[in-house]
Each structure stands twice: as C-alpha cells, then as structure tokens.
Design a protein around this ligand. Structure first.
Ligand code: C5P
Length: 322
C-alpha cells in the first residue's frame, strides 16, 4: 500500500455535565457529542527508513497550526507509536497532517488527529485491529479520542471516553466562531473547580444558571429534553436544551465570549453556547440560509478570528483514499 488518507471530524458537545474531580484528577462527565463537518486529514505513507514521523501540510495555514509540535508531543504521532507497540508493526510511517479544526478550540482537533492516525496506520500496516481494541487504545490517548473514531451523535460518560451511539433524527446547521487565542482544556476544568470552591462565585452566578453541582451526583446524566429533541429532530427544542457546565469557567477566563453569544442570540440563533472547554462558540441555526445570516452578524460584530458553517452529525475518522 502506498498511501492512506483519513478524514476526521471536529466535535461539539450539545450537553456537558461535569462533576467534581475524581482521585485521578479527571472530572466525571455526562455528555452528548456530535461530530460536525469541519475536517482534518491525516495521510500515512510508507517510510523507507522505518521511522515514524509527522509533518504539517503548511499551505495557507494560520500560525497556530504552523506552531503545532511535530514530535511526540503531537497526539497523532503518539497514536501511531501506540498502535505500532500494540501490534508489533515495525515498518514506520510518514504522517502528513492537514488541519482545518481550530487548534486548542475545544473541538477535539488533537484528539481527532489521533483517531485518524490510528485508522490510517492500521490500514497502511494492514494490522486489522478490531474496533473494540482500537477504542481501548483511543481511550488511552485522550478522553475524546474514542468519540472521534465513532462519530455521529453519541452519549459520553466516565471521563468522556465511554461512548454509545445516540438515536437522532435530522441534520443540524451550526455556526462555529473561532476565537483568536486557544484555551487549554486543563485550565478550564481547573477554573471550574476554583469557581465552585468560591462561595462568592456560587452566589453571584446563581442567577445565570449556576455552576452545576459542587458535590458529585449519583444520577449524573444528560438532560432528557435534549435527548427528546434529538430523537424527534426538533431543532428549536434542541436549541433551548443545549447546556454546558464548563461555560462559566470558559467565560471567566475569556469574558469577551459573552458578547459573541449575545450577537448570535440577537441574530435569532436557536441556541448559543461555548463549545466544550472553549473558546470556540457554537450557534444553532434553522437552516443553511439562517446559518449564513448568523455568520454575517458575527463577522461584522468582530471578536472572533473565523466563522465556519457546518452540519452535524457526520461520520467519525474514515478512510477517504488508499
Ligand atoms: O483526556 P484529555 O487528555 O483530552 O484531557 C485533557 C485535560 O483535561 C486533562 O489533563 C484534565 O486536566 C482535563 N479533563 C478533566 N476531566 C475530563 C476530561 C479532561 O479534568 N473528563
């Protein structure tokens, strides 16, 4: 085989309920993931020297992409190494990564690249690792990686790595606003813990929907109205049911994002929310034309680097050639 290319999607969280951290530092979650049509591509080619290497496809890319590490700090390269160790494949690979998913945007860009590297190297090396084994390797790499393999719409639990497909009807039109500067996921979780531990924040934020639970919930689950909306394909009900308990923490670290949420609401967005750990924000539109209107409103108001119109759900990491 000479070359395998895998297309892999960004994710958004339609609901993200977060409990206080476990002993290992991770926060138990109940989340609804949806894969959306903003894709990175990973190409794996044979390596004449048997090494595993990664390069970025650098044409017309923002600086944040060009600044990404290409060594073992890059999750895609770590994924390929993990698969090589697991299968005993020793022939190496040259990985080429073309990015469109925002870097450090809360849309699982790095996790999605790792999922793509697993799929691409498994095909290149013809190791045929069963799906369940691939899922276990993915969970080792990061909480969002198993979902990036699965795609579609899915419920996530544990630290996010336990995923099961959700029944949904219809196709949803989203507008994605990418902020200028990324936010590290770990910093946003730490900010949530800080806000929850601060009694003055608890009182102040109560009127704005609160900070979720300070102590763990026995019944940590995704909101029922949201699952009903997805089952019936009711976009207006879905917009009303969107919920992200990490949002207060993301807004605390990036107060300017509130303005983006307000602009989209003024444009009639059915729902407006920080995506995952942020700073990327997502807005639900009625249809393609409405998404275009919201996009124009956001662009003319300023405050974000780029605006994308996407649809969901879409497939997870899949071979598109080779
Ligand atoms: O799993 P992943 O490596 O993507 O997580 C990045 C960071 O986000 C973790 O190191 C942790 O600080 C935080 N995190 C968390 N609880 C989760 C998922 C992630 O605290 N459920």
């Amino acid at each position: 085989m000479t070359s395998v290319t895998v297309r892999t999607p960004a994710k958004i969280n339609l609901a993200l309920m977060v409990d206080p951290p476990r002993a290992d530092g991770y926060h138990p979650l109940a989340t609804v993931y949806q894969a959306v049509s903003l894709f990175d591509h990973v190409t794996a080619q044979p390596a004449a020297d048997g090494q595993l290497t990664l390069e970025l496809v650098s044409d017309d890319q923002p600086q944040a992409v060009l600044d990404l590490p290409t060594d073992d700090q890059n999750l895609a390269l770590r994924a390929a190494r993990l698969l090589a160790r697991h299968t005993g494949a020793g022939q190496g690979a040259r990985l080429r990564l073309r990015k469109a998913i925002p870097v450090a945007g809360g849309m699982a860009g790095g996790s999605s690249d790792a999922a793509a590297a697993l799929v691409a190297c498994d095909a290149l090396w013809q190791t045929a690792v069963p799906a369940e084994e691939l899922r276990v390797l993915a969970a080792d790499l990061g909480s969002d990686v198993p979902f990036c393999l699965l795609g579609g719409t899915a419920i996530g639990s544990g630290r996010g790595e336990l995923v099961s497909p959700a029944l949904t009807l219809g196709r949803y039109h989203w507008v994605v606003a990418v902020a200028d500067e990324g936010l590290p996921t770990a910093a946003v979780y730490a900010e949530l813990d800080r806000l929850r531990a601060d009694p003055s924040e608890q009182g102040r934020r109560h009127q704005r929907g609160g900070l979720g639970q300070v102590s763990g919930r026995a019944d940590l689950a995704v909101p029922r109205p949201l699952m009903n909306a997805l089952r019936t394909g009711d976009a207006a009900a879905l917009g009303r049911a969107l919920e992200n308990e990490l949002q207060p923490a993301a807004l605390s670290l990036r107060p300017g994002l509130s303005e983006l949420l307000n602009v989209a609401r003024a444009c009639g967005a059915l729902g407006a929310m920080v995506s995952g750990s942020g700073p990327t924000c997502v807005f639900l539109a009625n249809d393609e034309a409405h998404a275009l209107d919201i996009g124009v409103g956001l662009t003319s108001a300023g405050g974000c680097r780029t605006v994308h119109r996407v649809v969901g759900p879409v497939l997870g990491a899949r071979r598109v050639s080779g």
